[in-house]
Design a protein around this ligand. Structure first.
Ligand code: PLP
Length: 833
């Protein structure tokens, strides 16, 4: 193998827009040549001097180069077509690793593997070097990533906008069983997947004041900002699967403006100037690690405004031809608001139309109401973002004026319709008066949005009935549902190649883009040979996971154990504590001699969960899980029948290993609290059976797979409401259930804290006296369901059949279907030519 290529480069020296479309290296030799060229030209090294990171970057660059030509072509085509497109606005994109997904999309996996082997490189070693861009917290950010994958695969004209956080979600480690957060410096070794365009920066303003002025006898307002920052776009390619399409994800980075610096530099205060620069650049420095519990911090509002203002300006500048008639905007764009984080886009859009484009207020509002749609992701009141009027007025004074006017006109319309019902007016006002005067962003989004959607049938129903009932009455037809989905490319095809191969053998390859075809597996569920092959794939996936956990964390997963998995953010509403009580009960039954270890179904309980750094109870629960694991895993009386494994730093990369190996999927939130869940879908599509409550998308999973293939337990949402209203008295459940009493007493006794009764006392008192999420009320039902799981698992062949039926019946949960629903119900965008 030559160590260097000839110095004549085939790279075009000018803009690729003018270059002929390069052909992909459809041969191993072609790939080798380009790879070596990239080592030389991109990294300045030879094959023999290249570090592993050089090799990874050269490989990524080689793959990227093939996407670029298609990408540029698609950007041109989208602009030329003048078709309506989707601007997906999301503060989070939990992308996961890029290399494999792009190899798959371009059909280069085999060629790249062989080419690197020819250079003496194991491609798996380079795969392992990629640091995943963790620019999201959990389900919401991962949903955005699945959606842009589907948008590209379905050729929907679209662009994703977000923030290029320098530090994504923290890296979790455990010290003495307790979570310790490390910064996620994902950019340290460089990211080969991004293109920076500092020359295309937008100026984003903050602060200052507003003033009125006379314009031809009309009094107008304008904003005189106090300071500004530059928003520098970083472009990422989003490759469609086997369709040659490449969409754009544009993430913004905050950089200090020259003008701003100069003013202070000229004043002679160098240190102050540098500090000011740091202040500006802090805006895109770090992702807030709160999931479902926003903190209302000033920097977070800065982040939100920063990215939506840059995105709107970018869309108007680049997607529209000069002189475009802005009244036609609803024919060209729909801004989809992924939760309330981007909702400040609404007053910004109004400000641009009215103040900058000199449009009349009513006309601008008419347009705005057609150009936005809002997705709500929660039912927890504490997750509904509000911004104090004081803060919003200080940071964005003109926007606050605009919000007040929107609210005045909205409340006038409400009065006209319902009369002077002051209670109703107060309940519907975008401005809350207590505990402090603040702006309810979900209400603003609901008033402005053409449509408002929940993310699963039950969630959308509760949204209309419980969260926003007055709005549902006021705006008939505005509320709709789009049940979430996950991309089958990443979470089945890539994460589970064994199962993907088995499905393709049975049904052909079309399922990857038409997941309802999995229905065809129903008949194979009866086929003994297919079942045997499925069982073999599952066993192989368990061995892979076992190897990963051994290498990563030094764990030994016992052979033959059921893999019982609960991976998701740590939150009390998700009820990891219920899982802990099940484990403690199983353990206590053995050590108290009530059950013989040898009669216990072997189980490995696998957890993955990050807690928000300021969420004290969540961090205590993490500590308890690790403490229980320490005791259970090392008690000889257990004879290894129960194992508790908690690999730290659950992320997309780990999800891709854990989910294909799982037997049992734990989806045990209190009914009425989990909006949808998407982890539940990933597990079912990989042939795990679900033990779950009637909550979120679990409801739809159960309806599809059938009661026989799903372990249902717990109260329904109306039962939860009923018990809560009647008065939930957890101590009564504790008194009445011996297993529960023993489990709680064991934790309280210090059995998992070296006899120290204080460590987990706050958890115990919370469960007994103060638990909004009613863990004890569902305990008995959960334990009975787990006993049914054990019985079912004893019949491996029946279990396998149920697993296959889960896969066959869950094609509905493709994010391609979600996107189709968005198009039909909300966006009304045509596919690209
Ligand atoms: C899918 C996914 C989630 C969401 O899981 P839920 O169980 O729906 O909360 C969170 N984190 C990662 C890494 C995921 O892949």
């Amino acid at each position: 193998m030559p160590d260097q290529i000839s110095p004549v480069s085939s790279k075009p020296s000018h803009a690729l827009a003018l270059a002929p479309v390069p052909t992909p290296p459809s041969t191993v030799d072609g790939f080798v040549k380009q790879f070596l060229e990239n080592l030389n030209l991109e990294r300045g090294v030879t094959l023999s001097t290249a570090s592993p990171n050089d090799r990874y970057i050269a490989l990524a660059t080689t793959v990227r180069d093939f996407l670029v030509a298609r990408w540029l072509e698609d950007i041109r085509r989208q602009k030329e077509a003048q078709a309506k497109g989707v601007c997906y606005l999301s503060a989070e994109y939990l992308l996961g690793r890029q290399l494999d997904n792009n190899l798959l999309a371009t059909r280069l996996t085999d060629i790249a593997t062989e080419a690197l082997a020819a250079c003496g490189i194991d491609i798996d070693e380079l795969r392992a070097l990629e640091v995943e861009p963790g620019l999201g917290n959990g389900g919401l950010g991962r949903l955005a990533a699945c959606f842009i994958d589907s948008l590209a695969t379905m050729s929907v004209p679209s662009i994703g906008y977000g923030i290029r956080y320098e530090y994504g979600i923290f890296r979790q480690t455990f010290v003495d069983g307790q979570q310790v957060e490390q910064p996620d410096a994902w950019l340290t070794l460089g990211s080969p997947w991004e293109f920076a365009h500092p020359e295309a920066a937008q100026t984003i303003s903050f602060g200052g004041y507003t003033e009125t002025f006379d314009e031809g006898g009309v009094t107008r307002s304008r904003w005189v900002p106090g300071w500004n920052v530059q928003a520098v776009p970083y472009n990422y390619m989003v490759s469609g699967y086997h369709n040659g399409r490449v969409n754009t994800l544009r993430l913004w980075r905050a950089v200090a403006t020259d003008a701003f610096d100069l003013r202070i530099f000229n004043s002679g205060d160098y240190e102050k100037a540098v500090r000011a620069q740091t202040y500006a650049e802090n805006i895109s420095k770090v992702l807030y690690p709160e999931d479902s519990t926003p903190q209302g911090k000033e920097l977070r509002l800065q982040q939100q405004y920063f990215f939506v203002a840059a995105s709107i300006r970018d869309f108007l500048d680049h997607m529209l031809t000069p002189g475009f008639d802005l009244s036609k905007l609803p024919d060209r764009v729909i801004f989809q608001l992924n939760d309330t984080h981007p909702v400040i886009a609404v007053p910004e859009f109004m400000r641009v139309l009215v103040d900058e484009e000199h449009m009349e207020w009513d006309a601008a509002w008419e347009i705005t109401q057609q150009c936005f749609a809002y997705t709500c992701h929660t039912l927890l009141p504490e997750a509904l973002e509000v911004w104090s009027v004081e803060l919003l007025g200080r940071l964005l004074p003109r926007h606050l004026e605009i919000i007040y006017r929107i609210n005045d006109e909205f409340l006038a319309a409400v009065r006209e319709r319902f009369g002077d019902d002051e209670m109703r007016i107060r309940n519907m006002s975008i401005i809350a008066e207590s505990p402090e005067r603040s702006v309810r962003m979900a209400y603003l989004a609901t008033v402005a949005g053409a449509k408002v959607n929940g993310v699963a049938e039950l969630h959308s129903q509760l949204l209309r009935e419980k969260v926003l009932p007055d709005f549902d009455e006021f705006y008939p037809g505005k509320f709709t549902n789009v049940t979430n989905g996950v991309t089958p490319r990443r979470f089945l095809r890539l994460a589970n190649p064994g199962l993907a191969g088995l499905i393709t053998d049975a049904l052909g390859a079309g399922w990857t883009v038409d997941l309802e075809r999995l229905r065809g597996l129903e008949s194979f569920a009866e086929d003994p040979e297919f079942r045997a092959r499925f069982a073999e794939v599952k066993a192989a996936n368990k061995r892979v996971l076992s190897d990963v956990l051994r290498a990563r964390d030094g764990f030994e997963v016992s052979d033959g154990h059921m893999l019982d998995v609960m991976v998701k953010r740590l939150h009390e509403y998700k009820r990891q504590m219920l899982k802990v009580l099940h484990i403690v009960t199983s353990y206590e039954r053995i050590v108290s001699g009530r059950v013989r270890a040898e009669d216990v179904q072997g189980r490995a309980f696998i957890f993955g969960a990050k807690a928000a750094p300021g969420y004290v109870m969540a961090k205590r629960i993490i500590h308890l899980i690790n403490a229980v694991g320490e005791v259970v895993n090392n008690d000889p009386r257990v004879e290894g029948r129960l194992q508790v494994l908690f690999p730290p730093n659950y992320n997309v990369t780990l999800a891709e290993r854990v989910i294909p190996a799982a037997d049992l999927s734990e989806q045990i939130s209190l009914a009425g609290k989990e909006a949808s869940g998407t982890g539940n879908m990933k597990f079912a599509l990989n042939g795990a059976l679900t033990i779950g409550t009637d909550d979120g998308a679990n409801v739809e999973i159960r309806e599809l797979v059938g009661d026989d293939n799903f372990f249902l337990f717990g109260m329904t949402e109306p039962e939860v409401e009923e018990l809560w209203t009647r008065g939930y008295k957890p101590a009564e459940f504790y008194q009445q259930d011996e297993d529960l009493r023993r489990a709680i007493d064991l934790i309280a006794s210090g059995a998992f804290s070296n006899g120290d009764r204080t460590v987990f006392e706050p958890i115990v008192s919370n469960l007994l006296y103060d638990d909004r999420f009613m863990v004890l009320a569902d305990y008995a039902s959960y334990i009975r369901a787990q006993d049914r799981v054990d019985a079912a698992y004893a019949d491996q062949d029946a279990w396998t059949k149920a697993a296959i039926l889960n896969i066959a019946r869950c094609g509905f949960f493709s994010s391609d279907r979600s996107i189709r629903d968005y198009i039909d119900r909300i966006w009304h965008t045509p596919p690209m030519l």
